[in-house]
Design a protein around this ligand. Structure first.
Ligand code: FMN
Length: 207
């Protein structure tokens, strides 16, 4: 089949786009607002974009607050910091719960039944239950105009200035034990995948 996204002529019951760029890593973003209210939300328009300095991005759509921003985007642009927590099989339900649209003054970490712990270099908290935390300093935002105002996205870039890895997930050889962490990724629709011993394979690079 072939379709042109703008014409929406795929003829399928649901937009298939989300099922084609998969699996997507989930940036589980913690931040605080100006008054110290803690916020947490998953973003699967998320990825690493460079090594030195290590840089990550996520993309937020239109939020339900009066300014049209998602809380994470507003917090990061005003406070200049955030943390990316790694979502795993064990925290999948709480990750999903933290995607609920709630008013900006709700502490989404406590409401999701998770534990906030202090970061080392930034004021945004980390999620204790996550095996990896990337402490980030805000770099810049890039607007992605939508076909309508309701489709607009804002991409947030951040430099990773501190990285925590739970020692339990470092092997004797000094590798990150991704099979043990059971990281989850986003597929299309309401589907997810899990990195485990069954799904992992290795290949050397040519040359
Ligand atoms: C797995 C998952 C991935 C998501 N990815 C995104 C995303 O990339 N961009 C986005 O705008 N919303 C995404 N959402 C929805 C947000 O998590 C949701 O709108 C949330 O309420 C935003 O919270 P905030 O306003 O506290 O930042 C995702 C939800 C889930 C469950």
């Amino acid at each position: 089949m072939f379709y042109e996204p703008k014409k929406k002529n795929h003829g399928l019951p649901q937009n298939p786009f989300n099922s084609l760029i998969i699996p997507r890593p989930i940036g589980w973003i913690s931040s605080t607002d100006k008054t110290g209210v803690r916020n947490l939300a998953p973003y699967s328009f998320f990825n690493a974009v460079s090594y030195s300095p290590p840089t990550v991005m996520f993309s937020g759509g239109v939020g339900s607050a009066a300014d049209g921003l998602k809380d994470s985007v507003r917090n990061i642009e005003s406070m200049g910091e955030f943390v990316c927590n790694l979502a795993t099989w064990d925290t999948r339900e709480k990750m999903n719960k933290s995607s609920e649209a709630l008013p900006p003054d709700c502490d989404e970490i406590s409401l999701s039944g998770l534990t906030a712990i202090p970061s080392k270099l930034v004021n945004a908290p980390r999620i204790k239950e996550a095996p990896v935390h990337l402490e980030c300093r805000y770099l810049k935002s890039v607007e992605i105009p939508g076909w309508t105002e309701a489709d607009a996205y804002r991409v947030i870039f951040g430099e990773v200035v501190g990285i925590h890895i739970d020692d339990e997930f470092i092997t004797e050889e000094g590798l990150v034990d991704v099979m043990k962490m059971l990281v989850i990724g986003r597929l299309g629709y309401n589907d997810y995948t899990r990195v485990d011993g069954e799904s992992l394979f290795s290949m050397g690079r040519p040359g």
